[in-house]
Design a protein. Structure first.
Length: 107
Protein backbone atom coordinates (compact mmCIF):
# COMPACT_ATOMS: atom_id res chain seq x y z
CA UNK A 1 0.00 0.00 0.00
CA UNK A 2 1.46 3.41 -0.99
CA UNK A 3 2.50 5.80 1.74
CA UNK A 4 0.26 8.88 1.80
CA UNK A 5 1.94 12.30 1.53
CA UNK A 6 5.06 10.77 -0.06
CA UNK A 7 5.97 12.66 -3.24
CA UNK A 8 7.41 10.73 -6.19
CA UNK A 9 11.08 11.37 -6.84
CA UNK A 10 11.73 12.86 -10.27
CA UNK A 11 14.66 11.57 -12.30
CA UNK A 12 14.62 14.83 -14.28
CA UNK A 13 16.37 17.95 -13.04
CA UNK A 14 16.57 21.42 -14.41
CA UNK A 15 19.80 22.46 -16.11
CA UNK A 16 20.93 25.97 -16.97
CA UNK A 17 23.69 26.23 -19.58
CA UNK A 18 26.02 29.24 -19.37
CA UNK A 19 28.58 29.93 -22.09
CA UNK A 20 32.10 30.63 -20.86
CA UNK A 21 33.86 33.73 -22.25
CA UNK A 22 35.93 31.45 -24.51
CA UNK A 23 32.97 29.36 -25.78
CA UNK A 24 33.29 28.58 -29.49
CA UNK A 25 31.30 26.74 -32.13
CA UNK A 26 33.00 24.73 -34.90
CA UNK A 27 32.04 22.87 -38.07
CA UNK A 28 33.72 19.50 -38.52
CA UNK A 29 33.86 16.96 -41.32
CA UNK A 30 36.76 14.99 -39.85
CA UNK A 31 37.35 13.35 -36.48
CA UNK A 32 40.55 11.72 -35.33
CA UNK A 33 40.67 9.54 -32.24
CA UNK A 34 42.98 8.05 -29.67
CA UNK A 35 42.90 6.58 -26.22
CA UNK A 36 45.00 5.93 -23.18
CA UNK A 37 44.44 3.72 -20.17
CA UNK A 38 42.23 6.41 -18.62
CA UNK A 39 41.04 8.78 -21.37
CA UNK A 40 39.46 8.96 -24.79
CA UNK A 41 40.65 11.72 -27.14
CA UNK A 42 38.71 13.15 -30.09
CA UNK A 43 40.24 15.75 -32.39
CA UNK A 44 37.73 17.53 -34.59
CA UNK A 45 38.84 19.19 -37.81
CA UNK A 46 37.81 20.27 -41.28
CA UNK A 47 39.20 18.98 -44.55
CA UNK A 48 40.14 22.26 -46.19
CA UNK A 49 42.10 21.10 -49.26
CA UNK A 50 43.83 18.24 -50.99
CA UNK A 51 47.23 18.25 -52.62
CA UNK A 52 49.29 15.40 -54.07
CA UNK A 53 46.58 12.89 -53.10
CA UNK A 54 46.83 14.01 -49.44
CA UNK A 55 44.00 15.64 -47.50
CA UNK A 56 44.85 18.86 -45.68
CA UNK A 57 42.96 18.90 -42.38
CA UNK A 58 42.75 21.97 -40.18
CA UNK A 59 42.42 20.73 -36.60
CA UNK A 60 39.88 22.82 -34.69
CA UNK A 61 39.37 21.26 -31.24
CA UNK A 62 40.74 18.46 -29.08
CA UNK A 63 38.36 16.93 -26.54
CA UNK A 64 39.63 14.55 -23.87
CA UNK A 65 37.08 12.64 -21.79
CA UNK A 66 36.74 9.77 -19.37
CA UNK A 67 35.45 6.39 -20.59
CA UNK A 68 32.18 7.04 -18.73
CA UNK A 69 31.62 10.30 -20.63
CA UNK A 70 32.60 8.57 -23.89
CA UNK A 71 29.80 6.03 -23.28
CA UNK A 72 27.36 8.87 -22.54
CA UNK A 73 28.40 10.54 -25.82
CA UNK A 74 27.97 7.24 -27.70
CA UNK A 75 24.44 6.90 -26.33
CA UNK A 76 23.55 10.45 -27.33
CA UNK A 77 24.98 9.99 -30.83
CA UNK A 78 23.28 6.58 -31.32
CA UNK A 79 19.90 8.07 -30.37
CA UNK A 80 20.33 11.16 -32.56
CA UNK A 81 21.52 9.13 -35.56
CA UNK A 82 18.47 6.86 -35.24
CA UNK A 83 16.15 9.88 -35.19
CA UNK A 84 17.94 11.35 -38.23
CA UNK A 85 17.84 8.06 -40.17
CA UNK A 86 14.15 7.52 -39.36
CA UNK A 87 13.41 10.90 -40.94
CA UNK A 88 16.01 11.13 -43.70
CA UNK A 89 17.26 7.64 -44.57
CA UNK A 90 20.38 5.71 -43.72
CA UNK A 91 23.61 7.64 -43.24
CA UNK A 92 26.36 6.31 -45.51
CA UNK A 93 29.27 4.62 -43.77
CA UNK A 94 32.90 4.97 -44.78
CA UNK A 95 34.50 1.86 -46.28
CA UNK A 96 36.50 -0.32 -43.90
CA UNK A 97 40.07 0.90 -43.55
CA UNK A 98 39.45 4.57 -44.38
CA UNK A 99 40.30 5.66 -40.84
CA UNK A 100 42.26 2.63 -39.64
CA UNK A 101 45.72 4.11 -40.25
CA UNK A 102 45.05 7.65 -39.11
CA UNK A 103 44.60 8.88 -35.58
CA UNK A 104 45.61 12.50 -36.21
CA UNK A 105 47.14 12.75 -32.76
CA UNK A 106 50.64 13.60 -33.98
CA UNK A 107 51.93 16.98 -32.77
Amino acid sequence: MPTPNKKPVSSQRSVKYVDSPGYQSFYTNNVAYGLSAVDFVLIFGEIIDQENNQAIIERRARITMTPVQAKVLRGILDAQIKIYEDKSGKVIELPTGVTDNFTGLNP
